[in-house]
Design a protein around this ligand. Structure first.
Ligand code: NDP
Length: 354
């Protein structure tokens, strides 16, 4: 079978491409330019023609994926704005929303062999909060608040909120943000629900929590890590973190599991038409430091990593409901200790701890 992967040269993209190639798929990797895709091609050179590159310079252009979708059985759309130095809400929302719409349109019009379209959303599109008692968040939840804050605060909204708004809008709908909607039907679920009776394929959205584990793409130092690895790196290495920051919650998933979850979403009959959270558990940043200190005491004895404030309450503020995902995808996920160990060993292998 033949699968189109967008954002193929990103952190998760590389791993999805790897899982697909290992399982015998032919992969069409969409990248913004062939030059950007060359390191990917080089990394997987042993697979030869099983990996092909296609340049899609502007994913927001209507018809951008018309050529890319022809002849594929599956699509995994991961590309979205992901650089936390982006300031303008529109620069977050346009690639997320219009990028998703152009994949959907091209799939509808030219996906002659298509059976599944998997879109990478995020757990942030379901929700998050900031103080215990621990809230349980499910696939029924939507982070409409992030859209409201982005609307009212514009460029001054926190970057995480603007990113979150872009993910909500891509899944749920442009009309939540703009008064005069240009498209007749907007965003993933509206589009799918309107057209599904006439489509040969089914939609799945995957909502990953904070993805950790080794990166495969070329990097030049920790500053060039993707956002999830960078935030984690900063959380465990930065001695200046305030108690408030250390009490902050995140939920985690191993990069190998999130990539396999995307592949399972292509394969499993039960996944058709589902919105699926994929996460292994909840933690705080101080809780991470506490556990890492048990797993790798020498890093703390040698003062390579800061201990933080061990007196803090490390009860997570929110946890995601993962039962549906495990059942529908038929997967078990790596546990926290293994995820932390793999991530720290990856940083060490690159000499990222001074
Ligand atoms: P990366 O930053 O590593 O990868 C992002 C990918 O998207 C790159 O291939 C990048 O290409 C592409 N991209 C970014 N902006 C554009 C644009 N304007 N037009 C076309 N392509 C673009 O991020 P991740 O691998 O971590 O994220 C992949 C997906 O997973 C995203 O949808 C993200 O929202 C989602 N996600 C990630 C989580 C995580 O913890 N990492 C958690 C939940 C969801 P280029 O190199 O050309 O910029």
């Amino acid at each position: 079978s033949h699968v189109l992967v967008t954002g193929a040269n990103g952190y998760i993209g590389y791993w999805i491409v790897r899982k697909l190639l290992e399982q015998g798929y032919t992969v069409r990797a969409a990248v913004r330019s062939l030059a950007k895709g060359q390191p990917l091609k080089d990394y997987f050179s042993s697979y030869g023609d099983k990996l092909e590159l296609i340049a899609v310079p502007d994913i927001t252009r209507n018809g951008a994926f018309d050529e890319a979708v022809k002849g594929v059985d599956g699509i995994i759309h991961t590309a979205t704005a992901s650089d936390f130095s982006i300031v303008e809400p529109e620069d977050w929302i346009k690639p997320a929303l219009d990028g998703t719409l152009s994949v959907l349109e091209s799939a509808k019009n030219f996906g002659d062999k298509l059976q599944r379209l998997v879109i990478t959303s995020s757990v942030v599109a379901a929700g998050f909060t900031d103080s215990p008692p621990t809230v349980r968040i499910t696939e029924e939840d939507w982070n409409d608040l992030a859209v409201e804050i982005t609307k009212s605060q514009g460029r001054d909204a926190p970057v995480m909120i603007k990113y979150t708004a872009s993910k909500v809008l891509a899944e749920k709908g442009e009309h939540l943000y703009r008064a005069n909607v240009l498209h007749a039907d907007t965003a993933a679920w509206e589009f799918y629900n309107k057209h599904k009776n006439n489509l040969s394929w089914e939609l799945v959205t995957i909502l990953p929590s904070h993805v950790l584990g080794p990166a495969l793409q070329p990097l030049q130092g920790p500053e060039t890590l993707n956002v999830s690895l960078w935030l984690f790196y900063d959380a465990i290495t930065n001695p200046q973190k305030s108690d408030e920051e250390l009490k902050g919650t995140y939920n985690y998933i191993h990069v190998e599991d999130i990539s396999q979850a995307h592949v399972a979403a292509l394969q499993r009959a039960e996944a058709a038409g589902e919105r699926i959270i994929v996460s292994a558990g909840a933690e705080t940043f101080q809780g991470t430091r506490n556990l890492l200190r048990q797993l790798r005491p020498e890093l703390y004895e040698a003062k390579v990593l800061p201990v933080g404030n061990t007196a803090l309450d490390v009860t997570p503020a929110y946890i995601y409901n993962i039962e549906k995902g495990k059942k529908v995808l038929g997967l078990e996920y790596e546990k926290e200790a293994k995820i932390l160990k793999d991530t720290v060993e990856f940083f060490e292998s690159r000499g990222y701890f001074k």
